[in-house]
Structure formats: structure tokens, C-alpha cells
Design a protein around this ligand. Structure first.
Ligand SMILES: Nc1ncnc2c1ncn2[C@@H]1O[C@H](COP(=O)(O)OP(=O)(O)OP(=O)(O)O)[C@@H](O)[C@H]1O
Ligand SMILES: [Mg+2]
Length: 381
């Protein structure tokens, strides 16, 4: 253990182990006083009441992507949702926040490498995300991830703290939160702050985990419709030759309906294209919009983003945009390449069904798959 020498106690009384207090720091900026500021701030926040999200107009909406099960596609969905929303609605600023210590979002959005003075953990401790917000790739704003999130988790007990932090941040636009595969306090904070929770389900185990999200939301008195299941990594090559359901899509849809969980009409197929966006010779993560052109997953992701925007507006009216009215959606989409028809990129196995050779086949395939999700709902409901 380092000995504390007498000369290491500064005139202000700060303890400085191993060296005197640097002269360029003002008294209020010493490490100890900074630490005490953070402690005081977190105490103040801890004793402050939760915000009633329905209390009045807010300049932002929050979407949280969650699943207690790992590897179901949460980060993929959160990151690409941000990119597609930005492309569909040029007037709507999008901020991505990651509650995972894997730093994957940084690989997608950071324009420069290197560590940042303020990251998501330190910003939450300080009570506002403002000083951590950075403009990233694709015009999406992001907050540098942090490996200190486990420490932050230990310091937080209140599930409504993020609500207050977001209110203080005052972001104008949409906030997309990617959570870790747990239901611990940071995930709870994200869920408590969300206008819409996207509950990702890829299989039966993740469906069972989804039940816990609904229980949590119910405990807070949040309406059921505020959490919606999104099917991810759906592999339609998996077929069944017995029972009423013919494939994995039908099976999961009927089980979700039986539980009464709201379900997105669109879903995301399992696609090797998505995996290739994560791991490729360029060493950089690409978005589905820019790297998986002319593919089923690109169309599906666009549908998902449109559904999310539609749901948010159906809940609470037009999305808050800084100044001016909303940009025409079709125009914004075309400008950003959504709906344009770039050349196909080939990855073996991308087409889930062998007959998908033309653009019309792609659209027809998607239409019939989405329709099947709807029909299963009618049959069950
Ligand atoms: N629809 C998909 N088709 C094929 N691969 C996918 C798909 N979605 C995600 N993947 C791949 O699966 C892996 C896990 O995806 P992702 O990181 O998005 O999941 P996650 O739920 O965020 O995981 P974690 O629980 O570790 O945070 C990644 O390698 C990703 O490329
Ligand atoms: Mg993840």
C-alpha cells in the first residue's frame, strides 16, 4: 500500500497520494473535490423523486432494445434502428446509448479512435449525458461506451434515475438504448425510461426471458403496448412436418400470441450478411443500410424502423424535432438511399428461400411473411 507523506496533503486539505496537488488545478477541480462532487450529485439524485413520463411534453422519446438472453441481436437492432431512423427522418436527431461494456456501438459509430474523457458511465454519474454526446457515422449521435458500467451498477439502486438524467440532458429527438443481456439495474433504468421497449426474441429461451420484461413493466404500471416483441434471427429454412405450425416463424408467433404479448409485424431474418458486417477484412462494422444493400434484411430493418416511428407517434403524437416541421419521409428516405436499388452484394445463403431471384420476389416474399405474422395473430386472438 502506498504511504501518504506529509507533503502529499495539500493546502486545501486534499489527499494526493505520491505527489503534490498539481498547480494548474483550481481548488474546486482537485481529484478529491471532483470525486466529492460526483458523490454529492449521486446522493442528490438518489433522493430525488422519479419523473412521471406522461406528465407533460418532453423534447425526446426513448426506445430501449432488450432481452435477458445474450446474442439474440439486440445491438444489431439498436444500432441499425438508429441508422435507418436517421435516414428515414432527416429532421429527427438520433442518440444511441449502449449499456453494454463490449464497446460494439463505438465500432459502428465512432469517427475517431481513442478513449474519451466522458463516457456513458461518468455522464450518468454526473447527472447529464450532455458532455458525452458525440456526432458519429451516418449522422447518428452516440455516447462513448464504458468498461466501468459494472461499478456504476453497484452505485445505483433506483430504476428511475435515468429518467432524471435524460430530463436534465434535454436531448431533442430520439434516444435509442441498447441494453446488456440482463435485467439488472441499468437495464431496468432503460426500461423505466422507455416510451417503447423492443423485446427481442430469437427462440423459445428468449421468449421465456421476455416474460420477465413484461412482469417488470407490469409492476411499474406501464401499459402492455409499451413493450413489443420483435422476432430476430428468424431462419425460415427450419421447417416442421407435424403440428399446426410449419416453420419457426409460425411457431414463435403462435406462442407469443398465446401469451398476449404485442408483436411487431416485421421481423429480422437470420442472415450471414449481418454476420459479415460485424467481422470483415475492413475491420470496421458497417450498417445494414450501407453494407447489406438489396437484401431481405435491409428491407426488414426499414420496415422495423418505420413501425417504431409509427408506434411512437401513435402513442404520444408527432415526434419532437428541433425547430421546423417534419421533413417529407419519402424524400428523406430517397436522399439517404433507403428505397433506392443499389447493386446486389452476394453472400452465400442470404436468400432464405431458393426462389428469391428478382426484386419482385423479394418484396412478395416479405409481404407474405409479414402477412403470415398478422394472420397468426387473428387466428390466435
Ligand atoms: N439477424 C441476424 N442474422 C445473422 N447474424 C446475426 C443477426 N443479428 C445479429 N447477428 C450476429 O449475431 C451476433 C450477436 O449479435 P448482437 O451482438 O447484435 O446480439 P446481442 O443480443 O446484442 O448480444 P449480447 O447479448 O452479447 O449483447 C453478432 O455476431 C451478429 O453479427
Ligand atoms: Mg449486445
Amino acid at each position: 500500500m502506498a504511504a501518504i507523506k506529509s507533503d502529499s496533503v495539500s493546502a486545501e486539505g486534499s489527499l494526493w497520494v505520491g505527489a503534490p496537488t498539481p498547480r494548474f488545478l483550481a481548488p474546486s477541480e482537485t481529484p478529491l473535490s471532483r470525486f466529492l462532487d460526483i458523490v454529492r450529485e449521486s446522493e442528490r439524485q438518489r433522493s430525488a423523486p422519479g419523473v412521471d413520463w406522461d406528465d407533460g411534453p418532453r423534447p425526446f422519446r426513448v426506445v430501449t432494445v432488450t432481452s435477458n438472453k445474450g446474442g439474440v441481436g439486440k445491438t444489431t437492432i439498436a444500432a441499425n434502428l438508429a441508422v435507418f431512423v436517421r435516414a428515414l427522418r432527416e429532421d429527427l436527431p438520433v442518440l444511441v446509448v449502449g449499456f453494454d461494456d463490449q464497446l460494439i456501438l463505438d465500432q459502428m459509430f465512432a469517427l475517431t479512435t481513442g478513449s474519451h474523457a466522458v463516457n456513458v458511465a461518468s455522464a450518468i454519474r454526473m447527472g447529464s449525458l450532455n458532455s458525452a454526446i458525440r456526432l458519429g457515422q451516418y449522422g447518428v449521435h452516440y455516447i462513448p461506451s464504458s468498461e466501468d458500467l459494472p461499478d456504476l451498477k453497484r452505485a445505483i439502486e433506483d430504476p428511475f434515475r435515468l429518467q432524471r438524467v435524460l430530463m436534465r440532458t434535454g436531448w431533442q429527438g430520439l434516444v435509442v438504448i441498447d441494453t446488456k443481456s440482463d435485467l439488472e439495474i441499468l437495464t431496468q433504468n432503460a426500461l423505466a425510461a422507455s416510451d417503447l421497449a423492443i423485446v427481442v426474441v430469437a427462440d423459445r429461451p428468449s421468449l421465456r426471458q421476455a416474460e420477465r420484461v413484461y412482469e417488470l413493466m407490469k409492476g411499474w404500471g406501464r401499459p402492455l403496448e409499451r413493450a413489443r416483441v420483435l422476432l430476430s434471427m428468424v431462419d425460415l429454412r427450419i421447417k416442421y412436418d407435424h403440428g399446426q405450425t410449419q416453420d419457426v416463424l409460425g411457431l414463435l408467433v403462435s406462442e407469443i400470441r398465446r401469451r398476449g404479448f404485442p408483436l411487431f409485424e416485421s421481423f429480422l431474418s437470420r442472415s450471414p450478411l449481418i454476420a459479415s458486417l460485424y467481422t470483415n477484412p475492413d475491420g470496421q462494422m458497417q450498417s445494414i443500410l450501407h453494407g447489406a444493400e438489396n437484401s431481405i434484411v435491409r428491407r426488414q430493418m426499414q420496415h422495423i424502423a418505420e413501425d417504431v416511428l409509427g408506434l411512437l407517434e401513435s402513442f404520444d403524437g408527432p415526434l419532437p424535432v428541433p425547430g421546423g416541421g417534419p421533413a417529407p419521409v419519402a424524400e428523406a428516405a430517397t436522399n439517404a438511399g433507403v428505397g433506392a436499388e443499389p447493386p446486389a452484394r452476394e453472400v452465400d445463403g442470404e436468400n432464405e428461400e431458393p426462389s428469391l431471384e428478382t426484386e419482385e420476389n423479394l418484396d412478395a416474399w416479405l409481404d407474405s411473411a409479414f402477412e403470415r405474422v398478422n394472420r397468426s395473430g387473428e387466428a390466435e386472438g
